[in-house]
Design a protein around this ligand. Sequence first.
Ligand code: 5GP
Length: 120
Amino acid sequence: ATLPYDSDNIFARILRGEIPARKVYEDEHALAFHDINPAAPVHILVIPKGAYVSWDDFSARATDDEIAGFIRAVGHIAREHDLVAPGYRLLANVGGHAGQEVPHLHVHLFGGRPLGPMLA
Ligand code: 5GP
């Protein structure tokens, strides 16, 4: 991990139930909720329950069970929202060049309209 995990970050607080979120899915390994500032008609954030700063930290330190559970949850949420036929986009910002704002791994799930080119 480039950064130490800060257990007071906003998504850690959502996981602990200290601040509200519009949850769409929860299981042993993952929690998903609507982004507070949506960039598309569907803009869901999927986070692992474990304390991982980023995709880098998660892929290096998480157990195979956590990784499998998290990735299956992302796919499940996309199917549950009928996004597979129209299509959707997954994105994870890692660190400064990507503009990562919240230091708890989150995968953005975008859909509900044609999303245009990747880097506009
Ligand atoms: P990043 O730039 O780190 O990849 O994405 C952070 C995302 O978290 C942004 O899209 C932002 O709108 C969202 N966000 C920040 N704070 C909150 C919050 O308190 N609740 C929710 N639901 N989303 C948040």
